[in-house]
Write a protein of this length. Structure first.
Length: 236
């Protein structure tokens, strides 16, 4: 209520997400240049940890499937950070969800979307679902899209949550790991949605950029010997 009275976003959800990431052993580094203005982040999706990492690093509001709202702790933290929970099974609700997303974007808070719609094994990308990208055409204001590659490096396969693995089983497996978990947020070149003919072009442009980064930075790729310098996030 205090922050709403000041018409400012509370800093606590972002801090809590960052602290939660550190509590599970995650250490985040940044590669590339996060766009400083209003931004719509499109990222690959490997793990439930993605929400902690992206939220803690950027303060973004998420577009996430409504099942996350029922997750202990993570769901509550996501809700506090203005997450828009999307009912994937109710296609008739899409129009209202787009309206809600457009309203959120007008609040000058970064918005993050995992356009694959679910998690993958991290070795590549699933098809991007362009439906919610309709909110960007026409752009509600000077919003740029920035693709983000969430890169867990050599531990990707070990922490990825995909297939039929239950959420509790994955969480137990990830939390039971020894040592820290390094993750690189690779902020790729932003682009203007106004330059795209439709939402499918937006999805394809972002997907191509992230796919190229995955290929370039694969643990067994020669390109990993020439990775750009990274900046560790400061302690929360």
């Amino acid at each position: 209520m205090f922050w709403r009275a000041l018409r400012r976003r509370s800093p606590w959800p972002r801090r809590f997400l960052a602290l939660a990431a550190r509590a599970v052993g995650v250490r985040v580094q940044i590669a590339g240049q996060p766009h400083g203005g209003d931004m719509f982040l499109l990222a690959n999706h490997v793990s439930w940890i993605d929400i902690l990492v992206m939220g803690g690093a950027t303060g973004a509001a998420f577009v996430a499937h409504d099942g996350i709202a029922r997750w202990p702790i993570v769901g509550w933290l996501a809700a506090q950070n203005n997450t828009l929970f999307v009912a994937r099974e109710r296609r008739g609700a899409l129009s209202g969800q787009i309206d809600a997303l457009r309203a959120a974007m007008l609040g000058h808070q970064p918005v993050a979307l995992f356009p694959e719609g679910t998690t993958s094994d991290g070795s590549g990308l699933l098809p991007f679902k362009p439906s919610l990208l309709a909110v960007l055409l026409p752009p509600p204001r000077a919003v740029l899209i920035q693709p983000v590659h969430i890169d867990y490096g050599v531990t990707t396969a070990a922490i990825a949550w995909h297939g039929d693995e239950p959420a509790g089983t994955n969480a137990w497996r990830v939390l039971g790991r020894k040592g820290r978990l390094d993750v690189m947020l690779r902020f790729l070149a932003p682009f203007d949605p106004a330059d795209c003919a439709d939402r499918k072009v937006i999805a394809a442009t972002a997907r191509d950029a992230i796919a190229a980064s995955i290929a370039q930075n694969a643990p067994d790729s020669a390109a990993t010997q020439h990775r750009p310098s990274a900046t560790p996030l400061p302690p929360v």
